[in-house]
Structure formats: structure tokens, C-alpha cells
Write a protein that binds this ligand. Sequence first.
Ligand code: G4P
Length: 529
Amino acid sequence: MSLIQQINKRRTFAIISHPDAGKTTLTEKFLLFGGAIQTAGAVKSNKIKKSATSDFMEIERQRGISVATSVMSFEYQDTLINILDTPGHKDFAEDTYRTLTAVDSVILVVDCVKGVEAQTKKLMEVCRMRNTPVIIFINKLDMEGRDPFDLLDELEEHLSINVRPLSWPINIGKEFKGVYKLFDHSVNLFDASITDIQENIVEISDIQDAKLDQTVGERDASKLREDVELIEGVYEPFDQELYKEGLLAPVFFGSALYNFGIKELLEKFIEIAPLPGPRKTSNRDITPTEEKFSGFVFKIHANLDPNHRDRIAFLRVCSGTFERNKFFYHVRNEKKLRFSAPFSFMASKRDIVEQAYAGDVVGLYDSGNFKIGDTLTEGEKFSFKGMPSFSPELFRTVVNTDPMKTKQLHKGLEQLSEEGVAQLFTRKMGNARVIGTVGELQFEVIQYRLKHEYSASCNFEPMAAHKACWITSENEQQLNDFLRIKASNIYTDKDGNIVFIADSAWVLQSAQEQYSDLEFHFNSDFMLN
Ligand code: G4P
């Protein structure tokens, strides 16, 4: 198969949602359709859940929160589908944002009872920033949800995106009868007793067909006709180009728990979702069809086995062909590396891969060579953009509670920050270490992992901190003055860059005013320029 054929075959996306909207259930059902798992039916089995969410850490099992971001690949109708799972919990938002840099599109799951929720908004903001194409799946139609027109209005209002329904529900909750597929004029009938992957499709010639009345009853048929008339009047016809530009989101309705509406969603997704696309780097745009391989690491994860210190780096292939045992160029380290056991995530088990193409995610065993955002090429020097660290929201000073294990503590903190669990800052004056996170839970994860993987222990002390910003300047004199006067607030990040942690918004603002030749960067993308 040629490189172009390989690329055309691939669709790499993430399913995102506010926790509990049904992301895991939908993922399971996709895997079921793809034959990657076999248990059919609306089974509320934790076993399936585990294989679908791929637990890497015990902490995840203990808490029941999907801490890990994993990848699930399967083939459906000659298309190779890579689903990148994202943690729903808000404290792992950074993990999710990074994963979103590695996908070409997303499916957003919305609970029809709850509508747009806090995390739905935040995740969509990230998608809008990158113009990621979005398909919306309104889930749980078997429950007494909100009026579908109200839901669409809410989506448009809160997510700043135009929507276009491609299916339409016939009632909701106890009265839910199925959906009318606006794109092929057929009715998919809902039957709560059918829980396997079959569908009950009734073909009708158009919405006026009398067969519709016989199928769903006169009352519901006439309500559906009214709704469809309204939809066709209010919403523009679906435009695939606008979808691909991230400006228009097609909407589907269904019930993941009952396997309902999944097939049409998956098949339409394959038809319209973008192929692996071009990507920006520090030098130029990279197109997937370029012969030379390139890719970047978007996620680093501790290995399953705590006795092994090596980690797994998740590499998104962006161009050319990744090959096992071939030397590639690690741009940041300026060294050549090859991988003897790279693996794919086919059918939720790990298989060694010989070759991988744009859109694929490859797992690489890593003994400490990688940091998040690292680029691999065939020799060319460039770095993929768009993998910035943002200023954390919470800051705590690390207090070592086992002085005999100081070395282990420092090593552990460094490695966990390279994995992106949190950001580590070292104070210039006195070397105190500060951890910055986006959520409380990370502090617990760090403590747990330090104990279990590094035999080190620590506590965290609160500190006055508003924001961290990276500082650069061409005015050396002013920079030196700033570093001297603000010495107690000056830190270095894991790469040795200068970071200013401002105590308050006021302190930050007055520093910006007073030191007008300094640049205050609120994310780390400036390093690529
Ligand atoms: P998440 O990954 O987005 O957090 O959500 P998840 O799929 O875990 O679903 C959250 C809850 O919603 C689960 O119930 C799940 O069974 C239920 N659910 C998902 N899709 C549907 C649907 O279409 N209809 C209905 N009625 N429920 C749905 P749970 O009781 O919290 O968990 P569990 O005991 O099933 O594991």
C-alpha cells in the first residue's frame, strides 16, 4: 500500500465530554462495532470499562478516575481508527489538552439531561483555539432529557459554534422511539430490549411517506414532520468544508448505553472526518505525505510495572514512515535514537509495530530521553508547535519528609514533571522546589507515585502565588535588575528557563509596568521562536 493510501485510511480522534456524559460507554461501543471487544449488549461491566480506559496506575483503579490517557485502534470498513482517550476529571485538564494536539478531530458527548456542562465548555475552547473539527453526540435519549431544539440553542450559545443536526429524535425518555436520519431519510427504531449492535432501520422515501405513520404512529409522525420542517428552515444544509474548518458541528442523537445511534455516528464519522493533516513546526509546515518521517511526543507515562523505571512515550506520527530499528533524530537532544520494540494499540493490546504512518500513535519504551513536546525527524532540525506548558493554577512548596531519600525525591520530582504530571520550579535562592498544577488531585498523585516508584516522601506547603510566567528580554541590564530585586520570586523550570512566580495579580501587573523591556510569557511556546 502506498504512503498516500495508508494516510487516507486513517482517522485519529478523541472522544471528549464532561465526566459522566457517556464518553467511556461510547468508546466501548465503538470498540464493539470495530470488533476490538466482543461483549455485546448494554453491559455495565467494569471489566469492559477497564479495557476501554486502559489503567496504567493503581491509583486509577483505587479512585475510579481515568488518570491515564490511552490509545485504542481498530479497523472498521477498511478504515483504521485511532481513538485517543482523555481523562474526564478536571484536575487532569492539561493531559487532555495535550492529547488534543495529537488528534485530527473530536467527538463531543453531551448528556441530554444536563446539556452543556463546565468541562464541555473548557474542552470546546481548546478545540476552537486549534479549529479542531467537532462532531456532537447527544447521549442518553432513553432518559427524560431536554427539548432537542433547546439543546441545540444551548450548544450554539455556550460553545460558540454553529450546529447542524444530521439525525433527529422521535420523542425522548420513556416515549423515545428512535431517530430520523436527515441525511438518508431513514428511521432507526429504538427498542430497549435490543442491546446488541444490530439496528432496526426502516427505509422511507421521504418524510411525507405514509410508512412513517405506520411505523411510529400518526401523532409522532406529524410532530417529526413539523420538527424537520423547522430544522430545514432554521439550519443551513450541512457543509463539510465548514465542519473541517472547525466552524460547524454536525449533531447526532442516541443512547450509547443501548448501542443506539452508534453505527450511524461511526459511519458518518468515517465519511466526513478529516484525514491526518499538516502540522506547524518552528521552521515550516509538515505535510503527512512527505517521505521523511517526523513525529512528536504528546504524552509520557510511567510503565505499568513499578519495578521498571522506564516509561512509555506516546509518539504521534506526522509524516513519512516510522520504522522499527531505524535511527531517528531527537531534535532537542541532538542525538540519534532507534527503537527495537515500538508498539501499537491495536485491539487494546500491545503489538510490536514494524511501520507506522501519519495519524498513528506509537508507544516507545523510554529510559529518560523524552520530554513532552519532543520532536523526532530523519535529521531535519525543527520542533512541532502547539504543545505549550501553561501557567499552573495551584502552587505548593515541597517539604522533604525523609531526608535520607533526598536524591530519590529530586529525581522523582524531575521525572514526574517530564511526564507532565505537574510543573516543577526550582527557586534560585536556596533551591526550594515548588510544584505547580491545575488541580488538587495532582498533589496526591505525586505523593503516591513518589512513595511507590521512588521510595521518597514529601508534604506540600501552601504558598502565596498567583501566576508563573517565563521571562525573556533583550535588555540585559533591566533583566539583571529584575532578577536581583525579585530574587525571592525567581525560579527555573525543568529546562532551566527563568520563571517569575508572582504573589498576586497586582504584583504581576506592577512588575510588567515597571520593567517594560521584559517579556512576560504565559505559556512556553515562545521557546520555539
Ligand atoms: P464518562 O466516561 O463520560 O464519565 O461516562 P460513562 O460512560 O462512564 O457513563 C456515565 C454513566 O452514564 C454510567 O452509569 C453509564 O452507564 C451511563 N450512561 C452512559 N450512556 C448512557 C445512555 O445512553 N443512557 C443511560 N441511561 N445511561 C448512560 P453509572 O451507573 O454511573 O456507571 P456504571 O455503573 O454503569 O459503570
